[in-house]
Design a protein around this ligand. Structure first.
Ligand SMILES: C[S@@+](CC[C@H](N)C(=O)[O-])C[C@H]1O[C@@H](n2cnc3c(N)ncnc32)[C@H](O)[C@@H]1O
Length: 478
């Protein structure tokens, strides 16, 4: 995501300033506000200014006061600096020195001279939500802050306190992944409702009772080895919103994620921050983790008690080797669940307005692989639409096989690269020209070729299927 000014988004973080030195240059309104905020975070605040606003008086003694104009070197040892003097040249000089010394500086109201910006913060109890519009609409950030504060104080921050208290109390009762699993799988939305309806004590008691049932179940099972489980989740064709709701829910509970290259970054952010991340994807024909290594990894993680999510592009059972992973888990006595995914083989043509069946043109379709590790060539099935996956390095032989099977050289084809992602591209051609057109196009993996009359139909109807409402990365456009 980028902002409308094409600056990348700011990186949000919560900074520990307790006992750290920070410098505020300027004794006006902004200076006093920043001093107060930094003091609340436990920072050691230095303020340099020839004059001090009377609002500083109640803070006297809590900060180090230097009554003179700023001098280079005042920033020594500081984590953060705020330049809030009334003289733009001084502010610029402070920023320049901080930049040289690698100290993060904020020049008030000059976004291009800000390494950091304070967020609007919605606070309730120990819960804080920081909001930024990257300077675009600070008034809307304040609006969001008020709304969020209402929501947080309507039970959520109380629930946070209950969780925090019980987590400490029960720490010794459950070990490692078991403990993680318990807290992660608690029905948070339901508990929040209980708390609102029946009060904090009832909610706390409910969690206590869930905890004791969980502990007794764990103990009664103490003699058998504690295995986790594996869930094969199909991530969809690339667009992060084309995963299923169930897939997304399971991701939110993963304690270990084993994922492919074609999986979108957004989905990787859907797992809990404590989740172990294991990328096993391969790039093109480069070195990859062999399937045996992947099988061994998911088994090992599950044996350690993890809830292992094996996240694959599309659907796990469409050229996804999901069956082999089930066999490996079965051999190790590990339970496996499958959450179907939207296979690229069906979704990508649809995304581009190609109906793989259409009355009068196609009553059947097949999905075939262009690439075979063992060097054999798949026969072209007797159907009316064929989706060729992994065709890039075998397009000559794919074309030859179609022609040998009696397909017309003029049959329309579409080569689609990275469908549903920002990198997508489509090339329309015919069986006769697909090899040379593809070579000239520079299209790259992931790529599929769709062959059949329905491709010709779709090219006539393209304007009708232009993506307006659903073109945005985050789901709906605009
Ligand atoms: C090993 S197969 C995995 C297919 C996946 N399990 C599925 O159901 O979509 C990978 C191939 O699928 C095709 N593919 C996957 N995602 C694609 C996309 N977004 N656009 C075009 N082709 C894609 C490409 O041919 C790629 O080389």
């Amino acid at each position: 995501m980028t902002t409308s000014t094409d600056r990348p988004p700011l990186h949000p973080l919560f900074l520990d300033l307790s006992h750290r030195a920070v410098l505020v240059v300027g004794g006006g309104n902004v200076g006093v506000r920043k001093t107060r905020e930094f003091l609340e975070c436990g920072a050691k605040v230095r303020v340099v200014s020839p004059l001090f606003h009377p609002a500083f008086t109640p803070l006297e003694g809590q900060f180090q006061k230097t009554e003179r104009t700023w001098l280079p070197g005042d920033e020594s040892g500081c984590r953060l600096v705020v330049a809030a003097t009334s003289d733009p040249a001084t502010n610029r000089a402070i920023y320049a020195i901080c930049s040289q010394r690698g100290i993060l500086c904020n020049v008030t109201d000059v976004p291009e001279l800000c390494d950091w910006q304070a967020a609007a913060v919605a606070r309730s109890g120990r819960t804080q939500v920081a909001i930024s519009t990257s300077g675009g609409a600070p008034s809307l950030a304040s609006h969001a802050r008020r709304e969020l504060e209402d929501w947080l104080s309507d039970g959520f921050s109380e629930l946070v306190e209950i969780f925090a208290k019980l987590r400490v109390e029960s720490k010794h009762l459950l070990a490692g992944p078991e403990r993680e699993h318990f807290w992660k799988t608690l029905p948070a939305a339901e508990l929040l409702e209980d708390l609102r309806r029946e009060g904090a004590l009832a909610c706390e008691n409910k969690i206590r009772s869930l905890l004791s049932s969980h502990i007794s179940a764990t103990n009664s099972d103490a003699t058998t080895p504690k295995f986790g489980r594996v869930v094969l989740v199909g991530a969809g064709p690339g667009h992060p919103d084309l995963i299923t709701r169930l897939g997304l829910k399971v991701l939110g509970r993963a304690t270990a994620l084993v994922y492919d290259r074609l999986v979108s970054e957004e989905l990787l952010r859907a797992v809990p921050t404590s989740c172990q991340m294991h990328p096993v994807g391969k790039t093109g024909f480069g070195k990859s983790h062999g399937q045996d290594d992947i099988n061994a990894l998911i088994v090992e993680l599950a044996k350690a008690g993890h809830l292992v999510v094996r996240l694959k592009g599309g659907d796990s059972f469409v050229f996804g080797r999901g069956g082999e992973e089930i066999e490996a888990c079965e051999a190790a006595g590990i339970p496996v669940e499958i959450v179907p995914g939207v296979s690229a083989s069906l979704a990508v043509p649809a995304w581009h307005g190609i109906p793989i069946t259409h009355r009068g043109l196609s009553r059947s379709f097949a999905v075939v692989s262009g690439f075979h590790a063992d060097g054999t060539e798949a026969k072209i099935p007797d159907v009316e639409t064929v989706i060729v996956m992994m065709p890039l390095h075998s397009v000559d032989s794919v074309k030859r096989r179609f022609l040998e099977a009696g397909w017309e050289a003029s049959t329309p084809c579409a080569a689609i690269q990275a469908g549903t992602t920002p990198d997508e591209a489509i090339l329309f051609s015919t069986l006769h020209a697909i090899d040379s057109d593809l070579a000239a196009s520079g299209l790259h993996s992931p790529l599929m070729v769709v062959v059949g009359k329905v491709v010709g139909w779709s090219s006539l109807h393209r304007p009708q299927t232009d993506r307006i409402l659903t073109r945005g990365r985050g789901g709906l456009a605009g």
